[in-house]
Design a protein around this ligand. Structure first.
Ligand SMILES: [Zn+2]
Length: 242
């Protein structure tokens, strides 16, 4: 149970989809929840008539509302790298390091950069940036100019990787935590028709939003069955190299 948690994600909505219940649980128990979103989300539509800058601005607002729906009271920081073009370079790593040294999380949550058969390049790059950002944040000889600006090195106690290649850790959820995740996901209104609804096949004349809610419950129930609890989200835990 962290006092301060930081989710490092590629796109607006990744945190809510992959660890929203866990963030909601920690917020309910008193933790400060911060979001760091690395890209602007400007390719998150199938509509070729959309202005990418307008979409990015809209998604920024949606992400802030989603973070608040989870109960997150911390910062929502956007690095605004172009969606689909995220790379784990030194300049971006230093910016991730700077956020970690500023908000000083006990637990960092991010994409698993070693997950096999995952297609989206931003997710792999975001996973690398999260891991390498932790290494940089703890070591004073990484980005030493930040120390002169008053940012001290910071060593989190654990990293939790979601969509893990090998799951070895679960966070149990209450039904209310899961409902907060669903509420936060629905705050990403621009994504309903590209992401939320197409992956939630409605049965018969079922309302597509009901199918979406049912899918979210099934995912949490399946992870809970694996973990031996009612509802859960699954992760890979790294706490031995920090
Ligand atoms: Zn994503």
């Amino acid at each position: 149970m962290p006092h301060v948690a930081l989710a490092v994600v590629a796109h607006p909505d990744d945190a809510e989809f992959q660890c929203g219940g866990t963030l909601a649980k920690w917020a309910r128990l008193g933790a400060v929840i911060h979001h760091l979103v690395l890209t602007d989300g400007s390719k998150g539509t199938w509509d070729t008539g959309v202005d990418p800058a307008e979409l990015a601005a809209r998604r920024r607002g949606e992400q802030v509302r989603a973070a608040r729906a989870l109960g997150g009271s911390g910062d929502v920081t956007f690095l605004d790298r172009i969606d689909g073009e995220l790379v784990s370079d030194l300049a971006t790593r230093d910016l991730v390091c700077e956020v970690m040294r500023r908000v000083r999380p006990d637990v960092v949550v991010g994409h698993d950069p070693w997950a096999r058969y995952r297609l989206h390049p931003d997710h792999a790059a975001a996973g690398r940036l999260c891991i390498e950002g932790v290494v940089a944040a703890r070591d004073p000889w990484f980005a030493p100019e930040q120390l002169a600006e008053g940012l001290e090195p910071h060593r989190p106690g654990a990293i939790l990787l979601f969509e893990p290649d090998v799951a070895d850790h679960a966070e149990s959820l209450t039904p209310a935590d899961l409902e907060r995740r669903i509420e936060a996901l629905l705050a990403h209104e621009s994504q309903h028709h590209t992401t939320h609804l197409p992956h939630s096949a409605a049965a018969g004349d079922e309302d597509p939003y009901e199918a979406f809610r049912r899918r979210e419950w099934t995912l949490a129930e399946d992870a809970g069955t694996w973990a031996g609890v009612g509802l859960a989200e699954a992760f890979h835990l790294i706490d031995d190299q920090l």
